[in-house]
Write a protein that binds this ligand. Structure first.
Ligand code: PLP
Length: 376
């Protein structure tokens, strides 16, 4: 048995990551390269280990949300293409150019600011807002977009290499959502084609996230921005993912103490749980400061010797209590507890218990939780 030296930790299974990459690549069109979305510390998994492994797997494109993340990927992947999806202060243009980072350009105003601050050409992809309502050039017809984009091609310090947009509801099988996504896709491809007719043939066009990539890959996209499925979770846990994926993160902790309580005994803050009879109660050394949501109090379960034991009472900052009465094997202090991951208790299931999404569960695992890389 491996000796447990941590109180709470997240195991990061790089063979699961490799498995998921293989599964996604199998459905991507031949012309479409995988762009690994590693923003937010690789969705909480630890960007260094994830990017190193992805490089080994031949992934060449990486997407992040800001310059700090871009530079963190650059340290691990000196030759990769690194793309910033969101806003970077335009004053950082020289740093982007120096580190060969590609920036998303969200408006004419932003383009002008980049042009002003850059001391060398900055590589860019232009962001269209085709229906997400978040960032990007807005328009209705291809021509209204193109009229706004043409001035950008005159800016000497912008090296425009691509066009992209983001889908609002690609994870939904609802008929109206499917039509909405198709309209978003049509808009960007029309703009791309119109620019080409005008002599601006861009090397890249991309719009697909995980959901679109695995459900409706479009061979016209040169890149597919793959986030959540690479980490082994579904874009929408109500909809089965049509490719085989495995969770990369498993969040674990240990039992510090086990006791028997009697009928009427209360557990944790606020006395929300009162034992209905004699129960075996185990204290676990993880809590909401580790990113395990307090909203899971009285709702979540965790695995002890393979049995899904209910959380009793409120989740505390650094600890929580489980009812381990149904575990037939003896439960003792030092035993390992699996809070979620590659087992029957998934991040998606926990998310469903309190109205969030698996993305938030994995991104929420806090900084004090060490990430332990395993490769089975
Ligand atoms: C986060 C993000 C993605 C990845 O989305 P997944 O659903 O995790 O695949 C793709 N594109 C943009 C613009 C994003 O912000």
């Amino acid at each position: 048995m491996k000796k447990i030296l941590h109180r709470a930790w997240a195991e990061i299974d790089l063979s699961a990551l490799a498995h998921n990459i293989t599964s996604v690549r199998a459905v991507l069109p031949e012309q479409t390269q995988l762009m690994a979305v590693v923003k937010a510390n690789a969705y909480g998994h630890g960007d260094e280990a994830i990017c190193r492994k992805l490089s080994e797997l031949g992934v060449h494109w990486f997407a992040v949300s800001n310059l700090e993340e871009a530079l963190s990927v650059r340290r691990v992947c000196p030759d990769a293409e690194i793309f910033i999806l969101g806003y970077t202060p335009p004053e950082c243009a020289p740093e982007m150019a120096r580190h060969n980072i590609i920036q998303g350009v969200i408006s004419e105003e932003y383009a002008a600011q980049l042009q002003q601050y850059a001391d060398a050409p900055v590589r860019c992809h232009i962001k269209l807002d085709t229906g997400m309502g978040r960032i990007g050039f807005q328009g209705k017809t291809a021509d209204t977009y193109v009229q706004q984009l043409l001035p950008l091609f005159e800016m000497s310090r912008l090296k425009i290499e691509g066009l992209y947009t983001h889908f609002a509801a690609a994870d939904s099988p609802d008929e109206e959502d499917v039509l909405y996504t198709a309209e978003q896709e049509k808009r960007i491809l029309d703009v791309y084609d119109r620019l080409k007719e005008l002599g601006y043939a861009l090397p890249h066009v991309h719009c697909m996230n995980s959901a679109a990539s695995v459900c409706k890959p479009n061979p016209r996209c040169t890149l597919a921005r793959i986030g959540i499925v690479m980490y082994g979770l579904a874009p929408n846990y109500l909809v089965p993912v049509p490719v085989d994926i495995k969770p990369v993160m498993t969040f674990k902790s240990v039992i510090s103490q086990v006791k028997t309580v009697s009928e009427g005994d209360c557990i944790s803050y606020g006395r929300t749980y009162t034992a209905p009879g004699a129960r075996r109660i185990a204290t676990v050394t993880a809590g909401y400061a580790d990113g395990y949501a307090r909203l899971l109090s009285g709702k979540g379960r965790a695995l002890v010797h393979g049995v899904a034991c209910p959380i009793v009472g409120r989740v505390c900052m650094d600890q929580m209590m489980l009812d381990v009465t149904d575990v037939t094997e003896p439960v003792v202090s030092g035993d390992e507890v699996t809070l979620f991951g590659d087992c029957e208790i998934t991040a998606d299931w926990l998310a469903s218990l309190y109205g969030t999404i698996g993305y938030e569960i994995i991104c929420g695992i806090s900084k004090r939780v060490p990430r332990l890389v395993v490769e089975e």
